[in-house]
Design a protein around this ligand. Structure first.
Ligand code: ZN
Length: 303
């Protein structure tokens, strides 16, 4: 199983969630062992910002990378798409301090990257295999990674609110590209109307609307078309976690379990794993049969 990049450069335009302004986004193929790197097209002469968990500086509403005052905000949905498609090497060039919000899910990024085409490269794909359980806590919230032959994510949220069905607050996701595209990538971010109004007063979320989030008032979901999945909220939390975990630098072989986790705790977990070499090893696979993760080999198979 080899590393992957995209076949050709491709560009798309969206809206910044916080600025409300148009943002240009472009993707470029990269050589093996480059990893995922970001550049700002509106700032000349700055070093690329790698997708590195230790560069995450604030996690209030999203995961944001900062290197030498160069900020790349809201990377998690894009990184979720990149992880979901098994892309190892990619340059992302963005014209503002935040990745555009698109429809609030990872599906638009999946579509544009599939339009560019996925190509396999000449070097083996590297995985990070979890060797022993590591768990982090923040109050009653926790997140952990445990050894597992594959990649699985279990997530539980706990909202005591009429819009959140009690039976739809836990989900288990077995990772493969196919499952990611079908079951996870379209799950949208969500927010409460009163929080959004508060953010607007503080000049945040100016681009936020029901076009790019599920909006909930005191009683119910306000979007006319309702939810895309019965358990869309918890699916989105798994989508977020997948993007946040990709900042570890490799696809993970392990089982992720989380209770009410978010960007801060996901990042803490990644840092904790990387802080001790006994927690993990980097492995490669000589052939597709022995790989415990199923990435689709050809974009032809992805429709
Ligand atoms: Zn999100």
């Amino acid at each position: 199983m080899n590393q992957r990049t995209i076949q050709t450069a491709i560009a798309v335009t969206g809206i910044g969630l916080h600025s409300g302004e148009p943002v240009d986004l472009a993707f470029y193929p990269q050589p093996t062992d480059t990893g995922i790197i970001f550049e700002r097209s509106d700032i000349i002469g700055t070093a690329p910002v790698p997708a590195d968990a230790f560069l995450v500086q604030d996690t209030l509403m999203s995961s944001n990378l900062v290197l030498d005052d160069v900020r790349i905000g809201t990377v998690e949905h894009l990184l979720s798409a990149v992880a979901g498609l098994g892309i190892d090497n990619l340059l992302v060039r963005v014209s503002a301090a935040e990745i555009p919000i698109m429809d609030g899910s990872a599906a638009p990024f999946v579509n544009i990257l599939l339009d560019a085409g996925i190509c396999e490269q000449e070097q083996p794909k590297k995985f990070l295999r979890i060797l022993r359980p590591v768990r982090v806590h923040l109050g009653d919230k926790w997140a952990e990674l445990r050894p597992y032959d594959g990649f699985e994510l279990n997530f539980e949220i706990d909202f005591d609110h009429p819009a959140f069905d009690k039976d739809q607050q836990h989900a288990q996701f077995h990772f493969s590209t196919h499952n990611f595209i079908e079951e996870l990538s379209a799950a949208r971010t969500f927010g409460f109307l009163k929080d959004i109004e508060l953010m607007r007063q503080n000049n945040l979320a100016r681009g936020g609307s029901m076009d790019n989030a599920i909006v909930i008032d005191d009683m119910q979901v306000l979007n006319v078309d309702g939810l895309r999945f019965m358990d869309e909220f918890v699916r989105h939390k798994i989508l977020d976690a997948l993007g946040d975990l990709y900042l570890i630098g490799y696809p993970i072989l392990g089982r992720f379990n989380a209770y009410k986790s978010g960007h801060a705790l996901n990042n803490l977990l990644v840092r904790e794993i990387l802080s001790d070499e006994n927690n993990f090893e980097i492995v490669t696979f000589d052939d597709n049969v022995s790989s415990p993760i199923d990435y689709l080999r050809s974009t032809d198979a992805i429709v």
